[in-house]
Design a protein around this ligand. Sequence first.
Ligand SMILES: NC(=O)c1ccc[n+]([C@@H]2O[C@H](COP(=O)([O-])OP(=O)(O)OC[C@H]3O[C@@H](n4cnc5c(N)ncnc54)[C@H](OP(=O)(O)O)[C@@H]3O)[C@@H](O)[C@H]2O)c1
Length: 238
Amino acid sequence: MKVLGLLKVTAAAATLGIVPLAHVANAAESQKERIGIIGSGHVGSALAGVWARAGNEVMLSSRHLDKDKELTAAIGPNAQAGTPQQAAAFGRVLVLAVPYSAFPGLIKSLGDSFKGKVVINASNPFPQRDGAIAAQAREQGAGLFDAQLLPGARVVRAFNAVGAARMASAHEDPGKIGMPIAGDDKAALEIASKLIREIGYEPVLVGGQDKGKYLMPGTPLSGEHSPDEIRKIAATLT
Ligand SMILES: NC(=O)c1ccc[n+]([C@@H]2O[C@H](COP(=O)([O-])OP(=O)(O)OC[C@H]3O[C@@H](n4cnc5c(N)ncnc54)[C@H](OP(=O)(O)O)[C@@H]3O)[C@@H](O)[C@H]2O)c1
């Protein structure tokens, strides 16, 4: 009866737009996560919005705190703004959504904050935009490069090659769109997968960090695919 009651309340809230409908089925068993997001542009702000509305505690950050305060005020009570240092300390899970050119300075300024944390890297290396570091990341393969860039972090590549606007709306059609992910840490992949499911995507593990090179625009995995399509494409990748 208690679960039925909770589901009724949650369904009513969903009807009012207070929580996304996709969460009605799993509201009873979902657990809140603390997510620190670095980069509050298209990707960071879209993910902050859907994860906060799914009941997680989110801290959004960039180099412009006032702008991030406005963004989080619009998202609602589960979202707050902070500096990248505060977001890195706040999150059990960290999300990186910045240009690769930001990484050297950012990582230096964050010191050991990444160590032991699940780090979802949505960022992509574009040499024309980001310069030499992006060329190096592509040469080495983005996943392996990420692991070297963030020693001690439990890196998962995800959200790299779907449009940011879709990240905010995938929950309207839950489970239909696959989200390719790559990483070596099993527990980190599980935590990332739970968060990915919460906002409507079905995570599909395509391999370890060595497969992270396929998680960026311009590869066969980029764009929107069903989970089955992603599995078929992933099986062809070396
Ligand atoms: N747009 C998409 O559809 C999409 C989809 C998948 C993946 N991606 C990738 O995700 C990353 C973010 O893309 P985006 O479209 O969200 O970019 P964006 O709109 O330009 O946002 C980038 C964010 O990074 C912040 N930033 C830049 N340098 C920083 C630093 N040193 N420290 C802290 N924050 C910093 C910027 O804020 P301040 O300049 O105010 O600090 C801004 O909030 C990129 O690598 C992109 O390739 C984009």
